[in-house]
Ligand binder design. Structure first.
Ligand code: SF4
Length: 250
């Protein structure tokens, strides 16, 4: 239980520690320079700029923490937060994670959990027809005679893999669904459908890349299960997808 809890808080904890360390380093350098020489005009400008950057980083991070519990109304602010999450805070946490010899996999999972919290808080009350369920190609049985290229409608619902359950869910909720065999196809499918919300199923690595590349879209990430190893006949619980859909629809 303790281990699971740490896995969930790893990303926010690493970002918070990194920002704290950066701030302390900044003040030590400024105070050191000031006591030795005093500050030149250029020194003043440089340290003022660095101070502003640190204030922005900490301020935005506090906003990100708050947004896991309180909805942010301005759309531009949600986009700004999303951009900062994937382009600034995730790389910062990765560096810190490497310094601490932590596994990238657990950091990615923690990042996805944290991102899910923000997405759920900020994007509730959607109409299901604007929702996209993005599934990985490896969900399909390797024995299936049908080749599902990107449309789940092609599935004959024989029950040989979880595609059948996913297709049933899309019919029940009238949501769009697409099957992607790789990152570039997933990007194309997202750009073609322009969804209000994406529920994406994949492994931690693909989901993290997907969330980072599609930062303009709210992505709720669901990790697949890999009983036969990576990228081969993976599975996903329909109860988890059902639960995720229910979180967003009005
Ligand atoms: S459920 Fe659909 S995708 Fe899976 S094996 Fe049957 S027909 Fe193929």
């Amino acid at each position: 239980m303790k281990k699971e809890y740490f896995a969930i808080i790893k990303f926010p904890a690493f970002v918070s520690f990194s920002l704290l360390i950066l701030t302390l380093i900044f003040f030590f350098i400024v105070l050191g320079s000031y006591h030795r020489l005093g500050l030149s005009t250029w020194g003043n400008i440089l340290y003022t700029l660095l101070f502003i950057i640190i204030v922005i980083l900490i301020g935005t991070w506090i906003l990100a923490l708050l947004s896991t519990h309180k909805k942010i109304k301005p759309r531009w602010l949600r986009h700004y937060l999303s951009w900062m999450m994937v382009n600034i805070y995730y790389p910062i946490a990765r560096v810190f994670s490497r310094i601490c010899f932590q596994k990238t996999e657990t950091l990615q999972e923690s990042f996805l959990y944290f991102n899910n919290e923000i997405v759920v808080t900020n994007y509730q009350g959607m109409h299901s027809t604007n929702m996209l369920l993005l599934l990985p190609h490896c969900l399909q049985s390797s024995n299936c005679k049908i080749r599902i290229n990107n449309n789940i409608v092609e599935c004959q619902e024989c029950g040989g893999c979880d595609m059948a359950k996913m297709k049933a869910l899309t019919k029940d909720y009238q949501i769009k669904a697409a099957v992607a065999s790789g990152g570039s196809l997933a990007r194309k499918l997202v750009n073609d459908t322009q969804p209000n919300i994406i529920i994406a199923v994949a492994c931690n690595r693909d989901l993290t890349e997907g969330v980072r590349e599609s930062w303009r879209y709210p992505v709720y990430a669901v990790l697949n299960e890999r009983p036969k190893g990576p990228c081969f006949e993976t599975t996903v619980s329909s109860a988890v997808i059902n639960f995720a859909i229910q979180k967003f629809i009005s």
